[in-house]
Write a protein that binds this ligand. Structure first.
Ligand code: SF4
Length: 871
C-alpha cells in the first residue's frame, strides 16, 4: 500500500493506492491525511479506473516517428540553443502546468529563468488563480494564504464567492456539510450568478450579476464603516489605506449587483454580526477582467475588521489544481522569481543568481499565458515547450491558440498521451510519467506539502518531467546545474533556496526541510509550510505582521467594473464556463473512467426555460452558440438554475471527445490588467436552435469513428457510447452503423419505423452484441446505461432500448460510486416519503460512498417529495 496524493483539485486529498497485481490500482482515502481524513470524492475514488495504458505515449516521437531518447533530447536541446543564439532568449518559451510536481516545476523554472535567461515561463495556473496571487501581493506583500482548512469547521459564517465547492472542491464541501450537521447554527452564504449544487447548502444565495462582486463587497466595506464595525486598533497598528478604500467603496453603487435590497442587507447583517467569518473564493472571482480587484475587495473587508489569521476567520483562496500552490512556491509564473521572491527586485535576483550560479537572469517579467500565445502567433516565440497541459482546448480563443501552436517553428509537448489536441500539433512529443508513477511533492490550498509517490512501474520509455528537463539543460551546456539524480535532491535545493527568501522576510520558508535527506523525504508526512527555525506551520497574520516593507497590510481602493466584453448587443447571452463534478480539465485522465462518464456524459449548456421557449428549443435538443471567435453545438439543459439570458457550459470537452464542444473557442482573450488572468465567466454569445434532421445514440466496443455535425463520445464499461445528430438525411443506417463501429463483417439486426422515421440497428459478432444504434427525428429516449450494459451480451432485446421483464430504467446516474440513477432515487423518495439524504442512502445506497452526489440527492428529495409535503 502506497501513501500518495490525488492528482485532481487543490484540496489535495491523501490517497492509499494498492497495486492489484494486474497493472491496476485499488484506491482509498488516506485516513491520516489532514485534508480529507479518509474521504475521497467521486473523481478521487475512480482513480483506479484511469491508470491503464490505453492511449499512453510510451516512446519519444519526432514528426510522428518513434525515435530514441538521445535523438529526441539532442534535437530539443539543439533547436532551443540555436533559436536562442539567433534570436535571443526571449524567442523561446515554456508553458507548464499546475499538474506538475514541485520538483518538475522547480527544474523548469530554473532552466528558463536562471540559464536560458528569459522569464518566458508561464503556466495554466494563470487561468486558475493568478488574480488571487496578485491580490495577495497587493494586500500582504506576498502571495500568502493566511488560513487553514480547519477554519471552515471553526467558522460561524462561511461565505462562498464564485465557488461551486460541491463539485469543484468536493471534500471541502463535505467538511462544511459535516460542520453544519454538528453545528446547525453555522451559516452559509453562496454568492454566484447561478444556482449550483453548492447553493443547496446555503442559508442565503445571492445570484448577483456576472462580474459585480466588487460592488457587493464595496457595499459591505462601506457598511463596516457606517455601522462602526471596523477594528480601529487593528487598523491603526497593522493596516494602511483604510480611508481611501472606504471612500472608493462609498462611491460604488450596489445596484450593479442586481440583487434585492433585502438580500443585500441580510448578507451585511450576517457578516457584521458574526466575528468568525471565512470567505472562500475561487474561479468565479479569479477568472475575470477585474479578478484582482475582486480579491482585494474581499481582503479589504477582512482587514477592516481584523478578521484574519485567527481561528475560524479570514479570506481563503482555494486553488483549482493539485499543485497550483507548489508552482507559485517555485516561481512558475512569468512574473515571479523563486521562493516568493520578486523578479524586479535586484537584491532578490542577485541572491537567486548566486544560489544557482546562474549565467543569466531576466530583469523583467516574461510573457503571461495570453501574451505568450500572442507571441507564438505572431512569430516572436520560435521555440515552445508545452508540458503537461492542453492549451489548444483550455486557453481562451482556443482556435487561435491551436493555429498559433501549429504554425510555431518548433514545438515540443511532454505529456502522458499523444492523444490531445495540443500534442497533435507538436514537432516533438515526449512521453512523461503520470499520476501513479510520478515521484515528488505537491502543495494544496492550505499550504500543506504532500508526497506524490509511485505505486506503479514507469511504463515503456516514459520519464519523469524533471528528468527530461534536466537532460535538456545538461545538453544545452549546464551539466552541473542540472545534475540531479532523484527528486529528493531537487526538493532539498528548493528548500535551501527558500531559506534565502526567508532571510528577505518572505513568507515561504521551508529551509527546515533542506537537510532532511532522501529517506526522510521519501517518508515525509503531509507538512504545512512554513518550516524553518523561526516557525512551523499554522496561520499567518495572527500577529498582525504582514510582508510589506512596514509590515502593515494594504487595503486597496477598488472600483466596480463590468466584464470587459459586456454589454454586447449583437450577442445577447452571457456565457459562463466552468467545471462539472466528475470530469477534470480536458478529460485526459477522467475521460478514461466509465464510472465518471455516467454522471454527465455529454457536453451541455444550461439555459433558462424562458430563453428556450423564445428560441423554440425543446428539452434535450441541440443549441448552437456562436461568438466572433467560434461556434459550438451543445445539448441544451433547460433549467431555472441559470437566469434568463445567462448560460453555463463546461469546458472539459476536446476535439477528440466531441465534434464541436470546445467552449473556449468562443472566448475572446480579455485579461485582468494586473494579474493577466483571462475572463472566462462573461462572454457574449448568440444562441440558436440547431436544426437536426436526425438524432442518434449508439454504443459499441471499439472507439467509434464518427463524422457528422454533432457527436460526442465517451467511455462506458466494455466500450464506448456516442451521441450524434446531423442536418442531412441518411439513406442507409445499417451501412452507417457498420462504418461508425468499424465492423464491416458484423451481422446486422435492424428495425425501422417508416411512419416515425426511426431506426434501430444491432451489430452482432460471435453471437454477442458488438454495437447498437438508435435513430429518430427527435432526441432519442432510450435507457442509455441499460443499452450500454448489453455490450458483449446476448443481443436479443437490446433494440427495445429499455430493461425488459418489468425491470425499471434507473435513469441518469447520480451516484457514480454505487451506480444509482435519478429514477431509482425519485421512486424511493416518492414511495418512502424519504426526507433526508441518509434515508435515501439507506434505501438505495446512493450517497453512501464518496458523498459527492449528496447535494444532488438533496435536490431530488426537494423535487420529488413536494407533492407529499403539500398534503
Ligand atoms: Fe481529489 Fe476529490 Fe480530493 Fe479534489 S476533493 S483532491 S478531486 S479526491
Amino acid at each position: 500500500m502506497i501513501r500518495t496524493t490525488c492528482p485532481y483539485c487543490g484540496v489535495g486529498c491523501g490517497v492509499l493506492a494498492t497495486p492489484d497485481g494486474r497493472g491496476g490500482l485499488e484506491v482509498k482515502g488516506d485516513p491520516d491525511h489532514p485534508a480529507n481524513r479518509g474521504r475521497l470524492c467521486s473523481k478521487g475514488a475512480a482513480l483506479g479506473e484511469t491508470v491503464g495504458l490505453e492511449d499512453r505515449l510510451l516512446a519519444p516521437m519526432v514528426e510522428g516517428r518513434e525515435v530514441d531518447w538521445d535523438d529526441a533530447l539532442d534535437l530539443v536541446a539543439k533547436k532551443f540553443s540555436d533559436t536562442i543564439r539567433l534570436h535571443g532568449p526571449d524567442s523561446v518559451a515554456f508553458y507548464v502546468s499546475g499538474q506538475l510536481l514541485t520538483e518538475d516545476y522547480y527544474v523548469a523554472n530554473k532552466l528558463m529563468k536562471g540559464f536560458i535567461g528569459s522569464a518566458n515561463i508561464d503556466t495554466n495556473s494563470r487561468l486558475c488563480m493568478a488574480s488571487s496571487v496578485a491580490g495577495h501581493k497587493r494586500a500582504f506583500g506576498t502571495d500568502t494564504v493566511p488560513g487553514l482548512y480547519e477554519d471552515l469547521e471553526l467558522a460561524d459564517l462561511i461565505v462562498l464567492v464564485g465557488s461551486n465547492l460541491a463539485w469543484c472542491h468536493p471534500i471541502l464541501y463535505q467538511r462544511i456539510v459535516a460542520a453544519r450537521d454538528s453545528r446547525p447554527d453555522l451559516k452559509i452564504v453562496n454568492i454566484d450568478p447561478r444556482v449550483t449544487a453548492t447553493s443547496d447548502l446555503a442559508n442565503l444565495h445571492l445570484a448577483l450579476n456576472p462580474g459585480s462582486d466588487v460592488a457587493l463587497f464595496n457595499h459591505l466595506l462601506a457598511a463596516i464603516e457606517t455601522r462602526g464595525a471596523a477594528d480601529s486598533d487593528f487598523l491603526r497598528d497593522h493596516v494602511t489605506g483604510y480611508a481611501e478604500a472606504v471612500r472608493a467603496a462609498q462611491a460604488s453603487d450596489v445596484a450593479a449587483t442586481g440583487l434585492a435590497p433585502a438580500d443585500i442587507e441580510s448578507f451585511v447583517d450576517l457578516w457584521l454580526g458574526t466575528e468568525r467569518v471565512v470567505t472562500v473564493y475561487s474561479q468565479g472571482v479569479n477568472q475575470s477582467t477585474s479578478g484582482t480587484d475582486k480579491v482585494n475587495a474581499i481582503l479589504n473587508c477582512h482587514l477592516a475588521t481584523g478578521r484574519i489569521g485567527r481561528p475560524g476567520m479570514g479570506p481563503f483562496s482555494v486553488t483549482g489544481q493539485p499543485n497550483a500552490m507548489g508552482g507559485r512556491e517555485v516561481g512558475g509564473l512569468a512574473n515571479q522569481l523563486a521562493a516568493h521572491l520578486d523578479l524586479e527586485n535586484p537584491a532578490h535576483r542577485q541572491a537567486v543568481r548566486d544560489f544557482w550560479s546562474a549565467p543569466a537572469m531576466p530583469e523583467a517579467a516574461g510573457l503571461k499565458a495570453a501574451d505568450m500565445f500572442d507571441a507564438v502567433h505572431d512569430g516572436r516565440i520560435k521555440a515552445l515547450w508545452i508540458i503537461c497541459t492542453n492549451p489548444a482546448v483550455s486557453m481562451p480563443d482556443a482556435d487561435r491558440v491551436r493555429d498559433a501552436i501549429a504554425a510555431c517553428a518548433f514545438t515540443v509537448v511532454s505529456d502522458c498521451t499523444a492523444r490531445t489536441d495540443t500534442a497533435r500539433l507538436a514537432n516533438v512529443v515526449l512521453p512523461a510519467t503520470t499520476w501513479g508513477e510520478k515521484d515528488g511533492t505537491v502543495t494544496n490550498s492550505e499550504r500543506c506539502i504532500s508526497r506524490q509517490r509511485p505505486a506503479l512501474p514507469v511504463p515503456g520509455k516514459a520519464r519523469h518531467d524533471w528528468e527530461i528537463l534536466a537532460e535538456v539543460g545538461r545538453r544545452m551546456g549546464w551539466k552541473e546545474a542540472f545534475d540531479y539524480r532523484n527528486p529528493a535532491e531537487i526538493f532539498s535545493e528548493h528548500a535551501e533556496l527558500s531559506g534565502i527568501a526567508g532571510g528577505f522576510g518572505k513568507d515561504f520558508d521551508i529551509s527546515g526541510l533542506a537537510a532532511q535527506g532522501r529517506a526522510a523525504y521519501d517518508a515525509m508526512a503531509p507538512t504545512h509550510w512554513p518550516v524553518s527555525a523561526a516557525r512551523n506551520g499554522g496561520r499567518f497574520f495572527g500577529d498582525g505582521r504582514f510582508f510589506t516593507d512596514d509590515r502593515k497590510a494594504r487595503m486597496v481602493a477598488v472600483t466596480p467594473a463590468s466584464p470587459a466584453a459586456l454589454p454586447f448587443s449583437g450577442r445577447p447571452f452571457v456565457l459562463n464556463t466552468g467545471r462539472i463534478r466528475d470530469h477534470w480539465h480536458t478529460m485526459t485522465r477522467s475521460g478514461k473512467s466509465p464510472r465518471l462518464a455516467r454522471h454527465l456524459a455529454e457536453p451541455f449548456v444550461e439555459m433558462h426555460p424562458r430563453d428556450a421557449v423564445a428560441l423554440g428549443i425543446a428539452p434535450s435538443e441541440l443549441v448552437a452558440l456562436s461568438s466572433d471567435r467560434g461556434r459550438v453545438i451543445l445539448r441544451v439543459l433547460i433549467t431555472d438554475r441559470v437566469r434568463p439570458r445567462q448560460l453555463f457550459a463546461p469546458m472539459h470537452w476536446t476535439g477528440d471527445a466531441a465534434s464541436a464542444a470546445r467552449v473556449n473557442t468562443l472566448l475572446a482573450t480579455h485579461v485582468d490588467p494586473i494579474s493577466g488572468q483571462p475572463e472566462s465567466k462573461a462572454t457574449p454569445v448568440a444562441a440558436e436552435r440547431y436544426s437536426a434532421a436526425w438524432y442518434a445514440f449508439a454504443v459499441c466496443r471499439q472507439r467509434p469513428a464518427v463524422r457528422c455535425d454533432y457527436w460526442a463520445r465517451i467511455r462506458t464499461e466494455g466500450g464506448w457510447r456516442v451521441e450524434m445528430a446531423g442536418s442531412e438525411p441518411v439513406s442507409d443506417w445499417s451501412e452507417r452503423a457498420r462504418m461508425i463501429f468499424g465492423q464491416t463483417e458484423a451481422e446486422v439486426i435492424m428495425m425501422t419505423d417508416e411512419a416515425r422515421g426511426s431506426a434501430r440497428v444491432a451489430l452482432v459478432q460471435e453471437g454477442r452484441l458488438s454495437g447498437a444504434l438508435f435513430v429518430a427525428p427527435q432526441p432519442i429516449s432510450v435507457a442509455r446505461q441499460h443499452v450500454a450494459d448489453q455490450l458483449g451480451r446476448d443481443p436479443s432485446g437490446v433494440l427495445a432500448g429499455r430493461p425488459g421483464g418489468g425491470a425499471e430504467d434507473p435513469g441518469q446516474t447520480i451516484c457514480s460510486c454505487i451506480g444509482v440513477g435519478m429514477n431509482t432515487i425519485a421512486r424511493a423518495v416518492q414511495a418512502g416519503q424519504l426526507a433526508t439524504v441518509d434515508a435515501v442512502g439507506a434505501a438505495t445506497g446512493a450517497g453512501t460512498s464518496c458523498g459527492s452526489c449528496r447535494s444532488e440527492i438533496a435536490g431530488l428529495i426537494e423535487r420529488f417529495r413536494m407533492p407529499q409535503a403539500a398534503e
